[in-house]
Design a protein around this ligand. Structure first.
Ligand SMILES: O=P(O)(O)O[C@H]1[C@H](O)[C@@H](O)[C@@H](O)[C@@H](O)[C@@H]1O
Ligand code: MG
Ligand code: MG
Length: 284
């Protein structure tokens, strides 16, 4: 493009810009509500919390995006909890977690984010994650690199499990059999001499830390498509791998993931894990 020539407008520019703007507006609402009294309800278990701010922010995001893109489809956490169908079609689809880290938000623990992913023909085109308590905006567009604010992100190159910092999340399924498998998986990785295993209470922020090279791997059984969508683009554009726990390609709806800076690390993690059955987002 010659200097001063017309800006090249590529497809989905307008959607990406709208995602950035509404994620920042949502972050302001969450930051304001962070220190205020909260009305907390539970969903699938006593550990699966939701507040009026989750619902308010989800409504704010979707109504703004629907005004600009009325033909688009939406998948979001709280609408799904209220019975909406969770189906990724070939239509342009927004995949939204209004507050990732709601339990942290309720307790005043600052790992809290807004996650907005966007897919067309079931392929993820971009992701925006706003770490609203630290004013960090993680973002990536397919084929154009990953950034945190203005800093380019590069995932870890580590291939040795005994030198790895591994992130995971506990999720909200807390029956004894699930907890036994969950702790056994952590134990296997620690017995393999991993430097550490960390749980920070926000799957999407943990995945962004991986994209930034601040950890070497992430795995989870039980998260949702709205936890994963945006961060998957950010990790891939940072040079990382996001795949199914079986070692196959990621299925956004399968509620399980292994991510790492390198394919070798991702494979070592997947091989160490015992599977935990958590259903699928697109199966009621
Ligand atoms: O806070 P949420 O949006 O409910 O996300 C949770 C997620 O559902 C759970 O599986 C864990 O990954 C938590 O770390 C997330 O924050
Ligand atoms: Mg979430
Ligand atoms: Mg949420």
């Amino acid at each position: 493009m010659e200097a001063g020539g017309p800006a090249v407008v590529s497809q989905w520019d307008e959607c990406f810009q709208a995602a950035v703007q509404v994620a920042q507006r949502a972050g302001q609402v969450i930051r304001k509500a962070f220190t205020e009294e909260k009305h907390v309800s539970t969903k699938t278990s006593a550990a699966d919390l939701v507040t009026e701010t989750d619902c308010l922010v989800e409504h704010l995001i979707i109504s703004e995006l629907r005004k600009q893109f009325p033909s688009h489809r939406f998948i979001s956490e709280e609408a799904t909890a209220a019975g909406a169908k969770c189906e990724l079609t070939s239509s342009p689809t927004w995949v939204i977690d209004p507050i990732d880290g709601t339990c942290n938000f309720v307790h005043g623990f600052p790992n809290v984010a807004v996650s907005i992913g966007f897919a067309v023909h079931q392929e993820l085109e971009f992701g925006v994650v706003h770490h609203c308590m630290e004013e960090r905006l993680y973002m990536a567009r397919r084929g154009r690199g990953a950034f945190c604010n203005t800093q380019r992100l590069c995932a870890s190159r580590e291939t040795d499990l005994s030198k790895a910092l591994i992130l995971t999340e506990i999720g909200s399924k807390r029956d004894p059999a699930t907890l036994k498998l969950l702790l056994s998986n952590m134990e296997q990785l620690l017995l393999a001499k991993a430097h550490g295993v960390r749980v920070i209470g926000s799957s999407t922020l943990a995945l962004c830390h991986l994209a930034a090279g601040a950890a070497d791997a992430y795995y989870q059984f039980g998260l949702h498509c709205w936890d994963l969508a945006a961060a998957t683009v950010i990790i891939r554009e940072a040079g990382g791998i996001v795949m199914d726990t079986t070692g196959g390609p990621l299925n956004l709806m399968a509620r399980r993931v292994v991510a790492a800076g390198t394919q070798k690390m991702a494979t070592l993690i997947a091989q160490a894990l015992q599977p935990i059955s958590c259903g699928q987002d697109d199966q009621a």
